[in-house]
Each structure stands twice: as C-alpha cells, then as structure tokens.
Write a protein that binds this ligand. Structure first.
Ligand code: GRF
Length: 186
C-alpha cells in the first residue's frame, strides 16, 4: 500500500497527533505522518514530532504571509492529505480549495451542535444528555463540513468540563483513525 503523505496541524497538547502517529505505523493504515505544522512555539505536541522523528515547522499566524510558508512545506513534503488536530486557527479558503476533501478536523462535540470554542461549558449549561466528537471534512464555514465519523456517550450527572474532555478525547482516539480509513476506502 502506498501511504498518503500527510501533514498534521496542531496548536497544543498533541494527544491526537501522537495517536495518529501510532496508528500510522500499522502497515495497512492509509497515511504516513510526513510533516507536523504548529502555530504555537510552546505546544507540547511538538515532543511527539521529535520523539518519532517527524519533520516539523512552526508558523506565526500573526504574519499575513505565513501561508506561503505552509504551502512551501506542503509542497516540499509532497503532502496530499491534511489532518487538523487541535489547530486553533481557521485555515484559509485557498488551502481548503487546494485540498478539497483532503482536509479533515476533529471537533469535541456532536456537530452540528456546539460549533466553535468552549463546547463543554456550553453543553453543561444547556443540560445536554449526550456528548461526543465529530471528525469532519473542512469546509469554508467553521465546523460545518460533512461528518465522516461521530462517536457519542451519555453525560453523567457528576461530569464536569474536565471529565467531559477526557471522555471525549478517548472517543477521538478511536474516531480519527476510523475516519481516515473511511476517507480512503470511499
Ligand atoms: C481535541 O479535543 C479536539 O477535539 C479539539 O482540540 C483538542 C486537541 O487535543 N479540536 P490534542 O492537542 O490532540 O490533545
């Protein structure tokens, strides 16, 4: 199997990055993590790029032309697929157009519910019964692309934001690899 050269975009902790790196080690997983792009110099996730010898670059999204750097490296590493894994920046229309149906994102809610930030606080405030995660194609509208995989759980009375986050992330570690397999099987 020829694996697709994939770039993972991160901003923070990088637990999904780590999970995707480990998944991609299996011979029949469709992607190879070939590059990590990070917009936060203090992101913990970079330790996984270092540990597993994956090239990584930092971009400063405050600079207007930072996307030129992104495009340069995507080309250099022959990237044909992109995963946004906790990337806290909206990607440009240009990038989405270039990688149409080739960029996916993981979001910590059952989309279309709770797009955007602070999902867990809003769920609790709303007295939701269920929570979960969605892996979806990235489109020009925030958190609105077609869903690929969704996983849910019932919220317990005692669950606070921290617990919801833990439970959601456990599902993300299943949903993200599953979604990638689904994308390439289609
Ligand atoms: C994930 O929970 C994801 O849903 C959200 O950002 C978080 C990133 O976590 N988009 P990590 O950096 O992969 O640990």
């Amino acid at each position: 199997m020829v694996k697709k050269n994939t770039c993972i975009f991160i901003s923070g902790n990088g637990s999904n990055l780590k999970n995707l790196i480990l998944s991609s080690r299996s011979s029949n997983f469709p992607i190879k993590v070939s590059l990590v792009i990070c917009n936060n110099i203090n992101a913990n996730g970079i330790i996984y790029a270092k540990k597993y010898n994956i090239p990584y670059i930092f971009v400063n999204t405050k600079f207007k032309n930072h996307e030129n750097k992104i495009f340069y490296y995507l080309k250099k590493y022959k990237i044909s697929f992109i995963c946004l894994a906790g990337y806290m920046k909206i990607v440009s229309k240009k990038l989405i157009k270039k990688y149409q149906r080739k960029i996916i994102n993981v979001h910590p809610s059952l989309l279309p519910k709770f797009k955007g930030l602070n999902t867990f606080a809003r769920m609790l405030k709303n007295k939701e019964i269920k929570a979960g995660c969605t892996v979806h194609y990235v489109s020009e509208k925030l958190d609105s692309g077609i869903a690929i995989v969704q996983k849910k759980f019932f919220i317990d009375k005692e669950d606070d934001e921290k617990v919801l986050k833990n439970k959601t992330q456990k599902l993300e570690y299943l949903a993200f690899p599953e979604a990638i397999i689904k994308v390439f099987r289609a």
